[in-house]
Ligand binder design. Structure first.
Ligand code: HEC
Length: 125
């Protein structure tokens, strides 16, 4: 009986470990967004700047730096991207203040294209 208990405990730990590994691996892959056209490169001018302008710039500009973050202009947005905060906040990831504050989470396709722009090197394109 004692041996059985030990076996069960070990199994639970092993399964938890595997489940965690799978979850972590899964999170690294791109989310599949069926309605999202990813056949073209995601550019700063088309897929990032307009989104920030509409959803974020009111609270994050050089005059009004909420959370000490300005998202005015390419350089500031690139900085937020490089720190991981841009994706963390719009993905509502643990450890980040969910953005846009007080608004709905951005459309998954918009988030995916911002991620693609970052993955492609956050170019000023
Ligand atoms: C209504 C105002 C408002 C809007 C709109 C808004 N934010 Fe924020 N943001 C804030 C405030 C206030 C904070 C500081 C909150 C905190 O730290 O809890 C903040 C913090 C942040 C931070 C720093 C968070 C951290 O964990 O350090 C980032 C990055 C950010 N916002 C990005 C964005 C992005 C990207 C958008 C648009 C998708 C956006 N915000 C829209 C008000 C806003």
């Amino acid at each position: 009986m004692k041996q059985f208990k030990l076996f069960t405990t070990a199994s639970v730990y092993t399964l938890t470990f595997i489940a965690c590994l799978t979850a972590c691996t899964y999170r690294k892959t791109d989310p599949v967004v069926p309605t999202c056209d990813v056949s073209f490169p995601s550019t700063f001018s088309q897929k990032v700047a307009p989104v920030i302008q509409t959803n974020c710039a009111g609270c994050h500009n050089n005059a009004n730096r909420s959370g000490n973050i300005s998202l005015e202009g390419y350089d500031n947005i690139k900085l937020a991207a490089a720190s991981g905060k841009l994706l963390g906040t719009i993905n509502h990831a643990p450890g980040f203040a969910p953005m846009p504050q007080g608004g709905n989470k951005l459309d998954p396709c918009i988030i995916l294209n911002i991620k693609r722009w970052i993955d492609d090197g956050s170019l000023n394109n």
